[in-house]
Structure formats: structure tokens, C-alpha cells
Unconditional design. Structure first.
Length: 290
């Protein structure tokens, strides 16, 4: 039996590209009815990547927008706004990742919507939040990766800053937005009232990678170098073997003893650098170099 805790709920999806569609795809997976609004030009992701035989959408677009209903609407036209108003009357949730200024011009900002429909849960995904010097700036995954210092972590390991080769921030923030909406649904079941949720991409990702950046610098004064040294070791990677690559990890003392025996390094079991979890943490680069 399908797990559909959101069945019976309707979502107006005012999102595009990746981060917003990730959020609404999660809600769809849990049974919500998603009505995705697209402009006549279509979502940008329709044209990025390998195209379907019809030439109307890419594989990426299909992954992000599966199990959704679509409506094409030019919101600059009065008749289109009437259609959206009728949809809002029946929607429990609105998710948007347009810039706040554009939403306000269209009368679809959270103040206008929640005032007219007080039971609505409105989730706005922004780049940098509604306040501050970067408020309203457009952004994409790679920009947020850089702002959160993710290429810097790669540079600390490999010597050169690079992006993670996936839209990591879009996926993480989209999932956080979906979980925030579900928390708001619990609150609405208790209070009968909707709510406004803002999910800034930068703040979300800064929190997400904070431990990886700080580690021993979480203390004042620092008790060691910044960053998780296990993750920053260039030797922390899959290992080449005669017939391919192998991925493994050993963490507990018992696992380490078995690993050293299996790899013919049993003599190192008595090495004080590797005898305990604490000792291996203090000598992490030497440990991974094995």
C-alpha cells in the first residue's frame, strides 16, 4: 500500500528550475495533488539536458515534475489571474520560488494570499531571505554552493575550489522546504490557521555545512584545525583493486582490527596511533594514507 499521508491536500506550485520542484515532488510522493503553473515559455528545465522524443521536455524536467498536473498560464493577463484566484480557493498549500518583487506585482505574494485565504500554508523559497543587502537577488545552485563555502571544502582536500558535481543545494533546500511544510500542516491541524514559511537557500546551506567547516573550531579557543579532517583527507576515497574499485569504511575498534587483519597489516594493530577511536582521529591523515 502506498504511503500517502498528504492525500486529499492540494498544492499550487509556483516554482521552476530545481529547488522548488524538488519540494513539490516530495509532497506529490506523499500523496498531495500538485498543480504546477508554467508560463507559455515553459519551465527552464524543459530545455536543459537530453530531450524526449517529442522534444517538449528533458529527462531532468521529468524527474523533477513527475506526478504533477500542469497548467499553462500567462499571469500578466487578467483572465489568468481569475483562474489562479479560483485555484487558491481550493488549495491548502502554495509553494513559490519566484523573486518576491515579481510575486508582489502579480498579487501572489504571501501577504496578499494569506490575507485572502488565512488557512493557506505559504512556503517561499528565496536565495538570501527577505531582509538584508542581498534580499531579492536571483540565484542558482552553484552560487549558493560558493556562498556556503562548499568549493572551499573541496579546495582544502584537492587544492582547487570546485563545485560538487550535482545540484546539491537545490536538492537539500527543496527537501527542507517540504519537511517545513509538513510541520506547518501539523500546526494547522492544532490551530486551524495557515502560516507563512520562508526557506532561504543560503541560510539553509550554511547551517547544513557548518559542522564540516568548523569541527575543532567549534570551541574557543580552537582545539584543532578547521574542518572535518576525515573528510578533507585526499586519501578518503574509493580504492582501486585488481578488478575494479571498492568503497568501504571502518570506524569502530573492532572493525579496524578486522580490517588490518584482512589487508595483511596485522602488525599495525599494536600501533598506538590507530589503537582507539580518539587516536585515529588525532592521526586521521596517517590512518587514511594506509
Amino acid at each position: 500500500m502506498a504511503f500517502e499521508p498528504l492525500k486529499g491536500l492540494r498544492v499550487l506550485d509556483l516554482t521552476s528550475v530545481v529547488v522548488g520542484p524538488v519540494c513539490t515532488a516530495r509532497l506529490a510522493l506523499y500523496g498531495a495533488e500538485i498543480i504546477k503553473l508554467e508560463s507559455p515559455e515553459g519551465d527552464l528545465m524543459r530545455g536543459l539536458g537530453g530531450q524526449s522524443p517529442t522534444g517538449r521536455h528533458s529527462g531532468t524536467y521529468l524527474h523533477l515534475n513527475r506526478a504533477k498536473r500542469n497548467i499553462c498560464c500567462n499571469l500578466k493577463l487578467p483572465d489568468a489571474r481569475k483562474i489562479i484566484a479560483r485555484l487558491l480557493e481550493t488549495c491548502d498549500i502554495v509553494v513559490a520560488n519566484m523573486r518576491p518583487q515579481a510575486l508582489a506585482r502579480l498579487g501572489l505574494d504571501h501577504e496578499t494570499v494569506t490575507r485572502a485565504y488565512p488557512g493557506t500554508i505559504y512556503c517561499l523559497i528565496t536565495g538570501y531571505g527577505l531582509d538584508g543587502p542581498y534580499s531579492g537577488f536571483p540565484t542558482y545552485d552553484s552560487v549558493i554552493q560558493a556562498a556556503a563555502g562548499i568549493p572551499g571544502l573541496v579546495a582544502a582536500r584537492d587544492g582547487e575550489p570546485r563545485y560538487v558535481p550535482m545540484v546539491m543545494c537545490d536538492h537539500v533546500v527543496g527537501e527542507i522546504a517540504a519537511s517545513s511544510i509538513m510541520a506547518a500542516l501539523v500546526e494547522r491541524s492544532n490551530t486551524g490557521k495557515g502560516t507563512f514559511i520562508e526557506v532561504p537557500m543560503f541560510e539553509t546551506m550554511a547551517n547544513f555545512v557548518m559542522q564540516e567547516h568548523l569541527a575543532q573550531h567549534s570551541f574557543v579557543p580552537p582545539v584543532g584545525p578547521a574542518g572535518d579532517q576525515r573528510l578533507l583527507s585526499a586519501d578518503n576515497r574509493p580504492v582501486r583493486t585488481k578488478d575494479g574499485w571498492i568503497a568501504f569504511t571502518v570506524n569502530t575498534d573492532k572493525q579496524v582490527q578486522a580490517f588490518l587483519d584482512a589487508t595483511g597489516k596485522g602488525d599495525l594493530k599494536a600501533d598506538p596511533r590507530f589503537a582507539t577511536v580518539r587516536a585515529r582521529a588525532d592521526n586521521v591523515r596517517a590512518w587514511f594514507a594506509l
